[in-house]
Design a binder for this molecule. Structure first.
Ligand SMILES: [Zn+2]
Length: 101
C-alpha cells in the first residue's frame, strides 16, 4: 500500500533569453529549445573557485555564440563518427536562421 501526501513543486513557467531577452512559456516550441547551463566552478576557474555560473539562451543566441564549435549529430546517425559532424554555419545559412530580424 502506498500513502500519498500533497507537495508543492516549483516548475519553470517562463524562460527569458539572457542574450536577446526573448521569452517563452512551456506552451511555446521555443521554450523546449532553450539551452541552459548551470555550473559550479572549481579550483583554477577564471570565474572564481566555488562560484556558480548560469546562463539561459534561446537557440538562436546559442547558435550565434557557439555555432562555430558546436557538434550536431543527427538522430539516425548510429556511428557518431567525426565524419558525420554537421557545420552549424551551413545549417544556419541554409535555413536562414538569424537573431537579426
Ligand atoms: Zn536569445
Amino acid at each position: 500500500m502506498k500513502n500519498f501526501e500533497d507537495k508543492v513543486v516549483k516548475v519553470i513557467s517562463k524562460l527569458t533569453c539572457d542574450g536577446c531577452g526573448e521569452q517563452a512559456t512551456q506552451d511555446d516550441y521555443e521554450f523546449h529549445e532553450f539551452i541552459s547551463i548551470d555550473h559550479k566552478c572549481g579550483y583554477g576557474s577564471i570565474h572564481g573557485d566555488g562560484n556558480q555560473i548560469s546562463i539561459d539562451l534561446c537557440q538562436k543566441c546559442f547558435a550565434d555564440m557557439c555555432g562555430d564549435s558546436l557538434t550536431v549529430i543527427e538522430p539516425n546517425d548510429e556511428k557518431h563518427d567525426s565524419g558525420s559532424r554537421i557545420d552549424v554555419k551551413d545549417i544556419l545559412s541554409a535555413n536562414k536562421i538569424s537573431n537579426q530580424e
